[in-house]
Design a protein around this ligand. Structure first.
Ligand SMILES: [Zn+2]
Length: 260
C-alpha cells in the first residue's frame, strides 16, 4: 500500500533541522522487520523463557525480555534503529528524546539514523512522597532544547507505558510538540491514545503471557525458585521473608507443592 519510491527520503538536516519522514515500508516489510527484531532479540539472549520472574507490578511471569542483553551489540542496535527509522511515517522531527537508560541508548542511535539531535529524560533525583523513584524529567538544559521543537519520544521496550508516558509529559511541560512515540518492542495492550499521542510505532509486538498474582502463581505453587537476576524477585523474596518472620509461617510460595 505504501509506495517504495519514498524510500530513504530526506535524511537532510543533521543537527536539528526538520526532517520529513515518509514510511518506506509496506506491510510485508513491516512483518519482515518484526521477524528480524525478534531474531535479534533471540540471538542476543534477550528473550528469557522458563524463568519465574516478578514484575514491578507485583505479578509473576514465566518469561521476561532482558533488553540489557542487546545494548552491548552496537551492530544490532544500529540495525534496529535503522529499521525503526524506516518505520516512521510522515513525521517532521527536530529531536529525539527517551527515558534513560534504554530510551537513551535507542534514542541516540535513532537520532543518528534520522540526522537529528537527541536528548534524554531521567528520574527526578528528589522523588515525591509515595514514589519509589522520581518521575522522568528533563535536566541538563534539555528542557530548553526540546522547547518549541518537534519531538519524537522513544523507548526500548514499552510494557505498562509508565516511562514513555512520563517522558511525553516532561517534553510537553517544557514546551515541546510530541509528534509520535516509538519503541523497539511493545509488550503492552493499549493504543497510541492511551499514551496521549496520535501515533505510536514499534517494530515488534511481543505477546507476553498474562502474569499471575503471587497467590495464584503456578510456579510458586510448584516450588520453582523466584529469579533474582531479572525483575524484582529480590524485593519480592525480601518482603516474603519479612512477612513470615512477622507472623509465623504462612508460606504462600517457593515451598514445593504437594499436588493433590
Ligand atoms: Zn510465582
Amino acid at each position: 500500500m505504501l509506495k517504495d519510491d519514498v524510500k530513504e527520503k530526506a535524511l537532510a538536516g543533521a543537527g536539528g533541522t526538520q526532517t520529513k519522514r515518509k514510511c518506506s515500508m509496506d506491510q510485508n516489510e513491516i512483518d519482515e522487520a518484526a521477524g528480524e527484531t525478534l531474531r535479534i532479540f533471540r540471538e542476543s539472549g534477550a528473550i528469557v523463557e522458563d524463568v519465574h520472574v516478578v514484575h514491578i507490578s507485583g505479578l509473576h511471569f514465566p518469561m521476561t525480555i532482558n533488553k540489557d542483553a542487546i545494548f552491548p551489540h552496537l551492530d544490532r542496535i544500529e540495525r534496529l534503529a535503522r529499521l525503526l527509522a524506516r518505520r516512521l511515517t510522515d513525521l517532521s522531527i527536530d529531536i529525539v528524546c527517551g527515558p534513560a537508560m534504554g530510551g537513551l541508548v535507542v534514542g541516540e542511535w535513532l537520532a543518528h539514523e534520522l540526522g537529528v539531535m537527541c536528548a534524554f529524560a531521567e528520574h527526578d533525583p528528589d522523588p515525591q512522597p509515595g514514589e519509589i523513584r522520581g518521575r522522568f524529567v528533563l535536566r541538563r538544559g534539555y528542557d530548553q532544547l526540546v522547547s518549541n521543537r518537534n519531538v519524537l519520544v522513544v523507548d526500548d521496550i514499552v510494557n505498562t507505558g509508565h516511562s514513555i508516558r512520563q517522558t511525553i509529559e516532561a517534553v510537553r511541560a517544557a514546551g515541546g510538540q510530541v509528534v509520535a512515540a516509538v519503541s523497539l518492542v511493545f509488550v503492552g495492550n493499549f493504543d497510541a491514545k492511551a499514551l496521549g499521542v496520535d501515533d505510536y510505532y514499534y517494530l515488534l509486538h511481543y505477546d507476553v503471557p498474562p502474569g499471575w498474582p503471587p497467590e495464584e502463581c503456578p510456579l510458586c505453587r510448584d516450588g520453582v525458585p523466584v529469579n533474582t537476576r531479572y525483575g524484582h524477585g529480590k524485593e519480592f523474596l525480601a518482603a516474603q521473608k519479612k512477612k513470615q518472620e512477622g507472623k509465623g509461617d504462612t508460606t504462600p510460595s517457593v515451598e514445593g507443592g504437594t499436588g493433590s
